[in-house]
Design a protein around this ligand. Structure first.
Ligand SMILES: [Zn+2]
Length: 104
């Protein structure tokens, strides 16, 4: 993927936000990214509740707050990924215990 499309004018912050998605996409692959995005939308209940978006918003806010401060987006994306896995494991465990295990 080498094209970013936006319906609003690009600012450094927006571009940074989109580049976070590129890192997420590289890490997860097309299928992983798409499935995580859709699942996040369904479980989060809205666009703002999608963990991949929350991650990108958090990091673009950090960038906008201190553009001179260097940090690794790849490391931050990996951290969220392990949090996500723990959360999914916990949900599965909880749903299993309460008899509410939902496929997917
Ligand atoms: Zn986004």
């Amino acid at each position: 993927m080498d094209t970013v499309v936006s319906h609003e004018p690009f600012t450094d912050r927006l571009l940074f936000h989109e580049l976070v998605h590129v890192v997420q996409y590289e890490k997860l692959g097309l299928e992983g990214f798409a499935s995580k995005y859709v699942r996040g939308f369904l479980s989060g209940g809205s666009y703002d509740g999608i963990p991949l978006e929350m991650n990108a918003y958090e990091l673009d806010a950090r960038f906008a707050g201190a553009p001179e401060k260097v940090f690794s987006v790849a490391d931050e994306v990996s951290k969220v990924d392990s949090c996500w896995q723990v959360l999914m494991l916990w949900r599965t465990f909880h749903e299993f215990n309460t008899g509410n295990l939902i496929a997917g």
